[in-house]
Ligand binder design. Sequence first.
Ligand code: ZN
Length: 346
Amino acid sequence: MWKGLISFGLVLAVLAEIHHISTDATVRPLETQFDPTLQNAIATAQSLLQTAVQEAQQQLQQAGIPVPSVTVSQSQDGTQIIEVRIDRRWGIHRLPAVPPQAEQSAGPVKVQAGDRGVSAATLQRAVTTIQQVSLPVLSSNLNARLGTATVVLFSTPSAYANALRQAGLPALEISQIVRKTGGLTVGTEVWVPLYALQGHAELANVVTHELTHVWLNQQGLGDKLPTWINEGIAWYSGMTAEAQVSRVEAEALAQAYDGQLRAAAANGQLLPLSASESDILKANYNVEWEDYRAVQALVQAHGNAALRSFLSASRNEAVSTAFAQAFGISESTFEQQFLQSLERGF
Ligand SMILES: [Zn+2]
């Protein structure tokens, strides 16, 4: 009996370790950027391993054995999520003010150093990025004029973790957020962990993405839009910004995430666009990338103007009405057709 349990435990530990390695490989998609075949293989292996780990966990649970700390929530984060929705997950609707070590303005955006490790040059680079990339992209993609917002930059995991503690996040979740996420927005406040970003292009992506959420919040659309549209639009702005800074990096990122999406489609694991938050958190691919591809498909078919009129109409009407008017198709029919297009291969 015990021998069986021990060997089962060993199998699980090995699986967890392999799984950990495989998920780490996808946390840094740029390193495998020039080999989409490898990226596909990693995504497929990752999803097979996740299934194996889940099955092992279920068997342990059925046998009444406490499940070790290889939780599904670790594997899901293997696909780097760009932000964590702390307002929806933990009901935190206001971020505490972080005493700024330094501050500069980028148009309507106050850019602050959240700790002393953020150098004057780094602060200046963020300001320039917002002025030269984020605000113009918001304007050209969405005809958006941003209202007052604050972006706080953190240079180290410990400074970011400290701020998250003060925001009231559960201690158990903080280390994962610190390791795995690239920025968060609550209302008009944006926090960006700089240490998690790999360069100027990624900074442009994350800051523009988060400022898109700020703008949608300012339009009263943040909670009104379905999550897939909200995230898809934020990704659309973010990717436009990243491509402006480095087309090569944007294409590499697209290849990596498309690889995950293809593997999920091949394995029958695609979620519908309207999947619940808990399903999204269990997915083994970047669901926000699927959201992005959906919004991009709408823009390719109907143009930026249709997206803008959809957003403008959504402020005063039901989203479903605005959607059908702007894109000539009901949201649910579009969802079905889009999912089928992914399943056919793209
Ligand atoms: Zn987002």
